[in-house]
Design a protein around this ligand. Structure first.
Ligand SMILES: CC(C)(COP(=O)(O)OP(=O)(O)OC[C@H]1O[C@@H](n2cnc3c(N)ncnc32)[C@H](O)[C@@H]1OP(=O)(O)O)[C@@H](O)C(=O)NCCC(=O)NCCS
Length: 415
């Protein structure tokens, strides 16, 4: 079956997490992704957090599926020429170097345009234009600068970063959308363009509801669904809301049977208004369905702590899965806190290709997260990440280099 991005060639000049996430997605949609790595070294993540000596790390393998790897020293004059040939042959150049690195290498936007006016140049940077534009940025810096950390955690504790890599993988996702959009526009204009996804912007986009709340707070001085209401203090900025729901339906994380020994024996419970009477029945507080202090969403807001404490008395008598089963029968929205172990072993995720087992020549079998975006006419087959420089000869031949030329470039250290 054909793939959505068949025929699109990507010069993948990315490293670490943010850029590789983006190009991996494009590869899963069928693009030919040629990862250019530093000769002799490669993407630094190949050797970071290694669990097997001398073998590409899971960090690298899980972010670089379905790609080809070529090694080029792009600071070597002859290596530069190889990169120029690739620029002429590809549709998109994706990079996430430190600000200015591509220019220092000699590949300014103007130079790339000269070489290939149809080329789309897509970049992840830590910040957009402004006071911090020259800064190098990693995941947690972006989470802090994008508003996630100040709004995550509990009111009486410090800011907290989340496990979800919203700065790196989140920005890679944003960039991928920018690239396919630019490819679509190119079908009308015939021209390439620059695409920029700044990590601060990507995180802030995902924290949109918190900027909503900032303005609500400034207007009204309070936010009734936050745990600070009614007894706590609100300051000038959106406070950390613990596990309160980000939407209009109050929710909280509650203990389930076994919580004393299992750190993940918890459930997320949402007291959705339309099913309030059913919640009261399930937890044995039928009188709350008609009690004026509890019967309406507005009346319940000052009592949320007591309400969740009462519901927790019930959830603590069930495992998270038993509670799920009972609550789902009544359409009461809830979700078990799943550990990574439980997710890795979940058969339905294997079935859909969201969790995939991949074989690797030096690592052996390992699990990865497959393509979370499913297209009915462009199925994803996850194939292993390339070894360093595995496809250098193959790609060089496609660029028109003869075996003798390839060997001379290798001797010169250009590839
Ligand atoms: C992630 C980051 C902090 C890493 O910084 P770093 O390890 O110091 O790496 P840099 O991006 O500065 O690039 C290192 C150098 O390698 C060089 N290089 C990269 N590939 C090369 C190749 N194939 N051949 C020769 N040189 C190469 C670059 O030209 C650069 O050289 P320069 O500093 O002399 O200009 C930085 O790249 C960054 O801020 N990127 C943008 C934000 C981002 O994506 N962050 C998320 C990371 S998950």
């Amino acid at each position: 079956m054909s793939k959505a991005l068949d025929g699109v060639r990507i010069l993948d000049f990315t490293h670490v997490q943010s850029g590789p996430t983006c190009t991996q997605l494009l590869a899963w949609f069928g693009a030919d992704v040629i990862k250019v790595e530093r000769a002799g070294a490669g993407d630094i993540t190949r050797e970071q957090l290694r669990d097997i000596p001398e073998v590409d790390s899971l960090y690298f393998t899980m972010l670089n599926h379905n790609k080809r790897s070529v090694t080029i020293d792009t600071k070597n004059p002859e290596g530069k020429q190889v990169l120029e040939a690739l620029i002429q042959k590809c549709d998109v150049l994706v990079e996430n170097f430190a600000p200015g690195a591509l220019d220092r290498m000699g590949f300014t936007w103007e130079r790339i345009q000269e070489l290939n006016p149809r080329m789309i140049v897509a970049s992840v940077k830590g910040f957009g234009p402004g006071p911090y534009e020259d800064c190098k940025v990693y995941e947690n810096v972006a989470q802090c600068a994008g508003g996630a950390a100040s709004t995550t955690g509990f009111d009486d504790g410090p800011p907290v970063v989340t496990g979800a890599q919203i700065g790196d993988s989140g920005t890679g996702l944003h960039l991928a959308l920018g690239i396919v959009t630019a490819l679509y526009q190119r079908t009308h204009t015939g021209r390439g363009q620059r695409v920029l996804a700044a990590m601060q912007d990507g995180v802030l986009n995902l924290c949109r509801v918190k900027l909503r709340d900032q303005q609500r707070l400034e207007r009204t001085g309070t936010m009734k669904e936050y745990p600070q209401y009614p007894n706590g203090q609100f300051g000038e900025a959106v406070p950390r809301a613990g596990n309160a729901s980000g939407g209009g339906q109050p929710g909280w994380i509650l203990k389930c049977k076994g919580w004393e020994t299992d750190p993940n024996a918890y459930i997320y419970f949402i007291t959705q208004a339309p099913v309030w009477a059913k919640i009261c029945n399930v937890i044995g507080k039928e009188e709350w369905a008609t009690d004026p202090d509890y019967a309406t969403p507005a009346a319940r807001l000052p009592h949320l702590k007591d309400i969740f404490a009462e519901i927790e008395r019930w959830t603590m008598t069930k495992t998270k899965f038993e509670a799920m089963q009972i609550l789902n029968k009544y359409d009461i929205p809830c979700g078990p806190i799943l550990s990574m172990k439980e997710i890795a072993e979940e058969p339905s995720l294997r079935k859909t290709g969201t969790i995939v087992e991949v074989d690797h020549p030096t690592r052996g079998k390992y699990l990865t997260v497959g393509n979370p975006i499913k297209l009915s006419d462009s199925p994803t087959e996850v194939t292993r990440s390339p070894l360093l420089g595995e496809h250098t000869d193959e790609v060089m031949a496609e660029l028109g280099y003869s075996p003798e030329q390839i060997s001379a470039l290798r001797t010169a250290g250009a590839i």
